[in-house]
Write a protein that binds this ligand. Sequence first.
Ligand code: PHE
Length: 506
Amino acid sequence: MANNNESIHGSWRNRWTFILAATGSAVGLGNIWKFPYITGEYGGGAFVLVYLMCIALVGIPVMMAEVAMGRRGRQSPINSMKALVSEAKAGPGWKLIGWMGALAGFLILSFYSVVAGWSLSYVLKMATGVFTEVDQTVAGDQFNGLLADPSMLMVWHTIFMILTVGVVIRGVNKGIESTITVLMPLLFVLLVILIGYGASKGDIMSAVDFMFAADFSKLSMEAVLVALGHSFFTLSLGMGAIMAYGSYMPRNASIASTVFTVAGLDTLVALLAGLAIFPIVFANGLEPSAGPGLMFVTLPFTFGQMPGGQFFGALFFILVAFAAWSSAISLIEPATAWAVERFKVSRAKACTLIGVIIWALGIGSVLSFNDWSEFHLLPGKTIFDTFDFMTANVMLPLGGLLIALFVGFGMKYHHAYNEMNMKNAGLFNLWYIVLRFVTPVAIAIVFINGLLPECSFNAELLNAETGECGNSVFMTPRFIGGVILAVTYIGIIVKSLQKPSRGLSS
Ligand code: PHE
């Protein structure tokens, strides 16, 4: 097994660089842009509570498993999976984890880069005083104007992709590691400055109330599915990013404690971002449920009203862009590492080609906001919405489920035990049990419930005359995704109980 060697791509200098890189991957648009707006859309406190439970019961155990798989495999996620499957003499179906992850990475980065482009454009807008003392309609018009202009969106999307590829082509140490070690401390300094600024200006109490007062009557099943999906998205789980970073991790570093640090920092940043954004929203009597525009309309407007807002506003969007950049790097790394291994080409060639493919896919997201806004890939969902939905709510949880099941049932117990190298055997067993039984069952329950008609939870949606459910979700992607998952789940359990098969290709 390759697990005593280094990866051909390099290794992190020490445990701390792994923590920085993984935190860089985890902390991104998911924390600053997506978390506040979905919290707003799904009603606040109860949603936040479910999200925190998902992080603890599902996210952290899966992250430990994903890092362990990467470090044991020591290659790109696709090839690590091959190696691990043949080491465990498990069924070939597990290799799906690597392939589906790579596909999810392409899809996520293609729309992620477009949103990151918005934040780049907002650095310029804020710094040049476009929002200084304007009223709210002007702030809204600015955002709508940007979305309506495909060429502007393309310019920023292209710049962001170039920035991302520019780091990754220089390799794990010279590129990723050296960028991250500068970017991450800067990011934290910026965050602290901005929180200080925000806390002194906005309505903190209403924000705390909105985010932490849980009213479960508002919680729909869909909200639970979104919270679960988001816990994967925000921790960068289920698609191989963390597995790739794990493969560059020093052998002697403790997986459990590093994962707790990364997950803790990621959660902290999300909560802080909420506490920075909602006070401003409430102080101005704005709607928390404004959707994806929340960060790009309410915030610039408010910054524009405040003393020093031009400067701090620009700083805020620099923070967002940095956070997105360090995540984007991790989205493109797994496929790049695989292409280098598979085709024996230089990293520069591999990454550039992959970058171009993702860039081209991103054109679909750019046009979702203007010329193709009527074109729906899934019912009611533009290309942008579809990619977001399919990755966060279907592919990442499915990837996470498979990872939990693979380490729990596919891999040999003593391999998992050795790789985790935990001093406390009791804690190891606790993790192992959670990973085998609690995590997969929690994911499956949320999926299966997510595909039942909302009427089974909310009778008001039932049409009294026709007896039909107002928004049946049968045959929607949620339904189909759920069926695929349920079938996969059962299939895998059955397979994992089989005797090892012989002659597997690896
Ligand atoms: N975790 C990143 C964020 O919160 C997004 C991401 C998802 C990065 C999956 C890598 C893999 O923005």
